[in-house]
Write a protein that binds this ligand. Sequence first.
Ligand SMILES: Nc1ncnc2c1ncn2[C@@H]1O[C@H](COP(=O)(O)OP(=O)(O)O)[C@@H](O)[C@H]1O
Ligand code: SF4
Ligand SMILES: [Mg+2]
Length: 319
Amino acid sequence: MEPLISARNIKKYFDVGEGVLKAVDGITFDIYPGETFGLVGESGCGKSTAGRTIIRLYEPTEGELIFNGKNIYELSRKEMQNVRQDFQMIFQDPYASLNPRMTVEDIVGEPLDIHGIYKNKKERRDRIIELLELVGLNEEHSMRFPHEFSGGQRQRIGIARALALNPKFIVCDEPISALDVSIQAQVVNLLKELQEKLGLTYMFIAHDLSMVRYISDRVAVMYLGHMMELAESEELYANPLHPYTRSLLSAIPIPDPEVQKDRRRIVLEGDVPSPINPKEGCRFVDRCMYAVDKCREVTPELKEIKSGHHAACHRIGEI
Ligand SMILES: Nc1ncnc2c1ncn2[C@@H]1O[C@H](COP(=O)(O)OP(=O)(O)O)[C@@H](O)[C@H]1O
Ligand code: SF4
Ligand SMILES: [Mg+2]
């Protein structure tokens, strides 16, 4: 199968007072049509920046993003407008991302207005109601304001808005992290239903590995701007290869007490280092219990270790 998206060596740097902040520093991967590609890692490792750069909400520092056979980073502003419609984003905080002074009808209808999609008022209204029904809301909700809704409902409004232009690819940036646990599964199930119904492809960002497991086909693990491991979801959980992934997984309790009893919790030492002016070598080196001299000198490449399972570590096979 041809990938929907091919990201090649994507970098996004920010100039900050103290130097260059390398938020995303050369990530490469494909995302296939209909797939959910999970992206996980601790807060600050560059997930949101990666998501935004991929759909060119941020201008990349370097790299290629191939979509429909074209590198979208080379498209002019005008050419980019058509591609814009194919890419959407769902945000973590459904309240901050919805204008409090607009009705639900106008929030969901805004992308239609901007792109002048409908022929008349009725067509616009019908489409808005169709979108609300797709996400489990209805016509009665359309004249209300965001503050009148619960967190889960607000996220549904954000999803309806993201769907307005029939996108192909949606970056879901921690869409359930701010919601009550009881609501999280509902929103994840809605996203899955919509994916099947509308043939959507997702990048699903989370800081918690347990959350992405259920929704993702494949999962990539990020640490300080680098991709450390990439594999099919089940494979990653069953056979994590990278020391960082192993430490993340060891922090998740296993429901079976017999299994849990024999597990060793790998405690990460030290703090996450700063992404400003990072040194050559493995980004994980100061926290890794397997680190050797080479790890400080040479940056490990993300390599395919076995079919479909990639990892970036000099000591795979020894540890
Ligand atoms: N617009 C920006 N300007 C400067 N630094 C930024 C900007 N956006 C993000 N960063 C920095 O980039 C790094 C990655 O941030 P982010 O992508 O938000 O991580 P995550 O989503 O994984 O928590 C952090 O160190 C953050 O402070
Ligand atoms: S390359 Fe070295 S420091 Fe990095 S994860 Fe592997 S063993 Fe640890
Ligand atoms: Mg983020």
